[in-house]
Design a protein around this ligand. Structure first.
Ligand SMILES: [Mg+2]
Length: 211
């Protein structure tokens, strides 16, 4: 039986506009240039972290060590908190974990979200779409991946990856990847807003109990 819902962070719970604006400022490039480059990388299915070498080839620093952005609750999507509270109130164990360094995980923890666990690829030592990430998240809450629903915006990491890792994926259509991946045939369950999620999870539970 499914007991646990795992939420991705970027463009699932957090609107990353502020993060990328901070990066543009840090790198001294127009925000539009950086956003366009990120969109191009997303469309080509390339690692978005290539933005550094593309917009500032004259610089080199480890991405993991640089974090110009200060995450606050103001950057949460307007439907995020209400969804987390509703899902928790419905009896699900709620986990937040994205492909982020441990430094960013600490920023997420400081938001004091109504969840049972905050983790990250940095803490788990494995990045989505590696099945080890999904297995690690499940193990951290003491369940099997098959007991988890995974909610995220990227088909490569959050849908195909989560499914391969044993979880039931729900795709969220928002953010550059979410929009670009919206019609991908790998997507089965999909929402356009987290406000739709509690009802969808109710259907998942109902389908399982009648199966
Ligand atoms: Mg994301």
């Amino acid at each position: 039986m499914r007991t646990t819902v795992v939420f991705d962070v970027g463009e699932t719970l957090v609107d990353e506009t502020g993060l990328w604006a901070s990066w543009a400022q840090e790198l001294g490039v127009p925000a539009f240039t950086l956003y366009g480059v990120l969109g191009g990388l997303a469309a080509h299915g390339e690692d978005h972290r290539r933005f550094l070498e593309l917009v500032r080839p004259d610089l080199s620093w480890p991405y993991e060590d640089k974090q110009p952005f200060q995450l606050t609750a103001a950057y949460l999507y307007p439907d995020a908190l209400e969804c987390l509270r509703a899902v928790k109130a419905d009896g699900w164990t709620v986990v937040v974990g994205g492909n982020q360094p441990a430094t960013f995980q600490r920023l997420v923890e400081q938001l004091d979200l109504p969840v049972d666990l905050v983790t990250s690829s940095g803490a788990l030592g494995a990045e989505k779409p590696d099945p080890a990430f999904f297995h690690g998240v499940a193990a951290a809450v003491g369940v099997r991946p098959e007991q988890c629903v995974h909610v995220g915006d990227r088909v490569d990491n959050d849908v195909i990856g989560a499914r391969a890792g044993g979880m039931l994926p729900v795709h969220v259509v928002r953010g550059p990847w979410g929009v670009l991946h919206a019609g991908n045939p790998a997507v089965d369950l999909q929402v356009r807003s987290l406000a739709e999620l509690p009802a969808l999870l109710g259907k998942v539970r109902q389908a399982e109990s009648s199966a």
